[in-house]
Write a protein that binds this ligand. Structure first.
Ligand code: DP6
Length: 343
């Protein structure tokens, strides 16, 4: 008989981007993100006394190709979770978003697993001083951006002069914002559903020795300062300017590294231009951000949901693969589930 614990943990979308890291999983610059609500991973971790055997099931199907990543994660987190070598584990994981939609599952997946292990640590009677801080630190060791999935509505990771308690080792909850930002909408336009052409590990490595690295890292600190003030003041225009600039900077870094990559597709640019046109013509507060891929996250206040969804349907949907997009919004962080929640 195995014991088990289940956590549902969300994905997040960075506003100031983490791009570049040092060993092990120390960010080169601070970042801040909206925690999402719908895009999430639910992971059940089953465990029994043993010798560190591991099986991984993805959407109910045993997936041995995921084992090495999780084994590395268990080794990296051994200091936080020293008990893992004395147990056998089964990881059962489900994503709320379609496989290969281009939405990264590493942040939600690694944070869900980190939360399960933190719960087990507590159950075993081992000392856990600050539950979510331990989970965030552990998640970071699996996926840097995963450290931010632990808190909603916003989370900041990496030392920043204006964020009390900020750390390179774990994210902190960030709530000093005008309420408009705690219900922000994120409609994810699925431009290219294929696999990512550059893995995050390879991507971050592109910043080692990058000619613009130092100025980029300084800029991220400055952008974060400007963004924090804008969010506190409810200043949508400045918020949009920083967020869009961060997205384009992320892609610029990829275009100017060696090797170089262009991860935007023609449709990505069509969407960006259409958003700019619509914003200029109507004055509506609608902005975009990008991950390390072609998909576009359309960001806007909840008060403008109706008009922006109409705009997306009429003018942006045509640029999406099979016309598909996902509606998400700012969320409040992970949830522990009981067996009866899972049916
Ligand atoms: C572009 O967190 O996926 O989404 O630490 O190697 O797992 P690893 O990288 P990952 O990188 C995310 C990069 C980004 C920007 C961000 O989320 O801040």
């Amino acid at each position: 008989m195995m014991e088990e614990v289940t956590w549902k943990s969300p994905s997040n979308i960075a506003l100031v981007k983490y791009w570049g890291k040092y060993d092990i999983q120390i960010p080169a610059n601070p970042s801040i993100s909206f925690t999402l609500s719908e895009a999430a991973t639910t992971t059940t971790l089953k465990y029994k006394p043993g010798r560190g055997a591991l099986k991984v099931f993805l959407e109910g199907v045993e997936t041995p190709s995921f084992e090495p990543k999780i084994k590395t994660f268990l080794l990296r987190t051994l200091e936080l979770f020293p008990f893992t070598s004395d147990f056998d584990f089964e990881v059962h994981t489900y994503n709320s978003f379609p496989h290969s939609s281009g939405i990264a599952s590493s942040a939600s997946g690694m944070s869900a697993l980190a939360l399960c292990l933190t719960s087990i640590k507590e159950t075993l009677g081992l000392e856990v001083l600050d539950f979510f801080q331990v989970a965030s630190e552990a998640a970071r060791l699996g996926s840097g951006s995963g450290s931010r999935s632990i808190y909603g509505p916003l989370a900041a990771w990496g030392t920043h002069a204006e964020i009390d308690g900020s750390s390179e080792h774990y994210a902190v909850k960030f709530k000093d914002v005008d309420t408009v930002f705690t219900t922000f909408q994120d409609t994810i336009l699925l431009i290219d559903k294929g696999e990512k052409t550059v893995s995050s590990t390879a991507g971050h490595a592109l910043m080692d020795g990058h000619p613009y690295a130092e100025s980029r890292f300084i800029q991220a600190h400055e952008n974060q300062s400007v963004l924090l003030t804008a969010m506190l003041d409810g200043d949508l225009e400045t918020f949009g300017e920083v967020v869009e600039s961060e997205a384009l900077t992320l892609h610029s870094m990829m275009m100017t590294s060696l090797p170089y990559f262009v991860l935007m597709k023609p449709q990505t640019l069509e969407v960006i231009n259409a958003i700019w046109r619509f914003r200029k013509a109507t004055g509506n507060p609608v902005y975009f951000t990008l991950d390390a891929g072609a998909n576009v996250h359309v960001l806007y206040p909840k008060s403008h949901k109706e008009i922006i969804l109409k705009f997306i349907d009429e003018e942006l949907r045509t640029f999406c693969k099979d016309g598909s997009y996902l509606c998400d919004e700012v969320g409040f962080g992970p949830m522990k589930l009981n067996e009866h929640d899972l049916d």
